[in-house]
Design a protein around this ligand. Structure first.
Ligand code: ADP
Ligand code: MG
Length: 703
């Protein structure tokens, strides 16, 4: 007798899974039987009852079970191969054909029992036909159960080298391992959340009695995944709270001095945000806070408030931006705020002369630089601070999880005890709060609410190319009035030649149409200095119209720009368009955003959402519904973990339950050392491995 299959067994131990298929499974993230059993199907097909061949109707999707009466492989002159099989049951016979290129199929054995599943075609009195139906080779014994017939049949995510029926059969063969799998959920958690036990859930996930059972099983597995994810976040959070950071005391004098420097009164939304941040900074544990706000909500001044406080108390600070252009822009803002003070500002760029860089680094290490502004160059290994108190990152969705961790690892180099700096990350990606907790679940979130007084909402037109004249006239009028304009072209990838050609042609066209005005072009292929020269000229008002690929997305602030024309708006995501729209209407003159829809279809309702709404949160919700989390936030950028059974935002309710459970568990048993948490502890460790290897490189106390 052989030993029963176990969850840790390699998939290669299953019948029919040799090296090549094993490699294909690895691509799906499946190495063990446990992995395989957790591979949630995409959907189920109702293959409970086969249809008699004589009753098949054109267009129906049907399951047919019969025997091969005749089968042959035919070569065509074009090099294709066709496998043909005549299948008969007690009522009639049907023809099935499969098409191959560069592969010689062998005919099906005569008399073999098979199942076909696919769409029926019928012409006249000819027998029904199936084109490339799914084929199941069935066993001789009709009494033996089969994975692909007589039930709801799972359809799993696929990859090359594995057919749906191979995966299904592998899962079927692995099922006995389900019973021996240790349930990571403590019984109490399972009872509280009213979830089925693991073994039965895994069976029902793949081969359910009905679709409701399949969904209940999926929920159970989604809960597992989300719980493990939340445990990770909860632990990170606890670990951080145990760390030390400088407690920056904002006395009334400090507040007064900061306010005296601000060029305007803060809005109530900004006041609330400042209060939350100040409360964090005053505590001796590191702040790790996301400052979220719609474009134009005035995040910069909130961040500057925190910086000024830290500087006033003698701490070094960092202000990091995703691009040099933005770093310079922030530098100007800060210089203006700091005018007349003794604060010493240092700029660090990615490429600077070695000698200059060495001097800058020396000043930073000696504590002679108070605030360091730059791109991620400020995170290089050779940058050491004397007393770093606060890091502000203007993220504009350009930094990833890894960089954030590098940032957290920057400690106080000279102090007796190693300390972490406080950390504030600004982002303009408007995310529903619940979801922000997933994407950035271990951070606290501050939202800058409300709008800035005097701001006129940007008007939005959705137009077709035929409206070009009207658009041109409006742009012309704005430029005549002394304002500036952007024309944005999509650039899907840096190497996308076609789009680049579009942008070049666009520049020609606009220059010709506006002979009296100065037209510039900036795109991702330009060298950095070239890019900066063009952007600088535009900001300085030396260019009237800037034709650009999406580089303008990242937050440039040119208050005199009043029109933004987006070409091929249909190719952008809603949130992205909303960000772009935020580039205009930053001054007192209001603004216009023109979305040129060049799709063949009628104006998509999608774009109309933008015309109808100016609230980034509403737009983001729409975007989420249309595109899903990964696309909206860029899975890679935020290191958003891929879930197998869970899917967001659909499973937000499950997520909240998982979060509550995770916090309760970690509060009682932070290291997950209790025997009933052993399964969860293992799952958390396993999750750390592929998710974020960088995370473990970062020492927990920066010493
Ligand atoms: P974002 O949140 O998009 O980064 P900014 O911080 O760049 O927004 O602010 C947008 C513009 O509004 C800037 O030009 C800024 O000077 C101005 N601003 C910010 N706060 C106020 C305020 N309380 N009153 C008046 N203008 C403000
Ligand atoms: Mg900004």
């Amino acid at each position: 007798m052989t030993a029963p299959r176990a969850a840790d067994d390699d998939v290669g131990t299953l019948p029919g899974i040799q090296a090549a298929r094993r490699a294909s499974f690895a691509k799906l993230g499946v190495e063990t039987l446990g992995d395989l059993l957790r591979l949630a199907p995409r959907r189920h097909e109702d293959r409970r009852v086969p249809r008699p061949i004589a009753e098949l109707e054109a267009g129906e999707i049907a399951l047919v079970i019969g025997r091969v009466r005749e089968s042959k492989a035919i070569r065509t002159r074009s090099g294709m191969a066709i496998l043909e099989a005549h299948i008969e049951d007690a009522t009639g016979h049907a023809v099935a054909r499969w098409f191959y290129r560069g592969f010689r199929p062998s005919p099906l054995a005569k008399g073999r029992r098979v199942a076909l599943y696919g769409t029926v075609e019928r012409t006249g009195s000819k027998p029904p036909e199936f084109k490339a139906p799914e084929l199941e080779r069935l066993g001789v014994d009709e009494a033996v159960e089969e994975p692909g017939v007589g039930r709801y049949v799972p359809v799993h995510p696929r990859t090359t080298g594995l057919s749906a029926s191979m995966i299904r059969r592998a899962v079927w063969n692995a099922l006995e391992a389900a019973d021996s799998m240790q349930d990571p959920l403590p019984a109490s958690v399972r009872a509280d959340a009213a979830l089925p036990a693991l073994g039965p859930a895994l069976r029902a996930l793949h081969f359910p009695d009905d679709l409701a059972a399949a969904e209940a099983a999926r929920v159970r597995l989604a809960f597992d995944e989300l719980l493990v994810h939340e445990l990770l976040l909860a632990r990170r959070r606890m670990a951080r709270q145990a760390e030390r950071a400088p407690a920056i005391a904002f006395g009334p004098r400090v507040h007064e001095r900061i306010r005296a420097r601000l060029p305007f009164t803060l809005t109530p939304g900004q006041e609330t945000a400042v209060a939350e941040i100040v409360a964090d900074l005053e505590r001796p544990a590191p702040m790790y806070r996301l400052l979220q706000g719609d474009v134009g909500s005035g995040k910069t001044v909130v961040a500057a408030y925190a910086l000024l406080g830290a500087l006033a108390e003698g701490w070094q600070t960092v202000f990091m931006a995703p691009t040099d252009i933005l770093a310079r822009q922030h530098l100007e803002t800060l210089r203006a705020l700091l005018e007349g003070s003794r604060v010493r500002v240092e700029r660090l760029a990615g490429r600077m002369p070695a000698a200059k860089r060495r001097e800058a680094l020396a000043r930073i290490a000696a504590g002679e630089a108070d605030i360091v502004v730059g791109t991620h160059a400020v995170l290089s290994k050779d940058v050491h601070f004397r007393s770093l108190g606060l890091v502000v990152v203007d993220e504009q969705h350009k930094f990833g999880v890894r960089q954030r961790r590098e940032l957290l690892a920057k400690g106080d180099a000279a102090g007796q005890e190693r300390r972490r700096p406080h950390c504030l990350i600004m982002t303009a990606t408007p995310i529903p709060r619940t979801l922000a907790l997933t994407v950035w679940g271990d951070m606290d979130v501050t939202v800058v609410e409300g709008t800035i007084p005097g701001r006129v909402p940007v008007e939005t037109w959705v137009v077709k190319p035929e409206d070009g004249r009207r658009v041109m006239e409006r742009v012309h009028a704005e430029l005549e009035a002394g304002h500036q304009a952007y024309v944005v072209y999509p650039l899907v990838e840096e190497s996308d030649q076609l789009d680049l050609k579009d942008a070049h042609a666009g520049r020609e066209r606009w220059a010709k149409a506006l002979p009296k005005h100065r037209v510039g072009l900036v795109h991702g292929r330009l060298k950095r200095d070239e890019k900066e020269a063009v952007m600088g000229a535009f900001r300085a008002g030396e260019l009237d119209l800037l034709v650009a690929t999406v580089v303008v997305e990242v937050g440039v602030d040119v208050p005199n720009a009043t029109v933004l024309v987006v070409e091929h708006a249909e190719r952008f995501g809603l949130s992205q368009l909303h960000q772009l729209r935020g580039r205009v209407g930053r001054g007192v003159a209001g603004g216009l955003c023109v979305l040129v829809d060049r799709s063949k279809a009628d104006t998509p309702a999608r774009l109309e959402v933008l015309a109808a709404d100016t609230d980034g949160f509403v737009i983001a919700e729409e975007d989420l519904k249309l595109r899903g989390v990964g696309d909206v936030f860029g899975t890679r950028q935020h290191g958003r973990p891929a879930f197998r059974a869970a899917s967001l935002p659909r499973d937000l309710a499950i997520l909240s339950r998982a979060r509550e459970a995770a916090r309760a568990i970690v509060a009682r048993d932070p290291p997950l050392a209790a025997p009933e948490h052993a399964g969860l502890a293992r799952a958390v460790t396993a999750r750390l491995r592929p998710l974020d290897a960088a995370e473990r490189d970062v020492p927990h106390s920066a010493g």
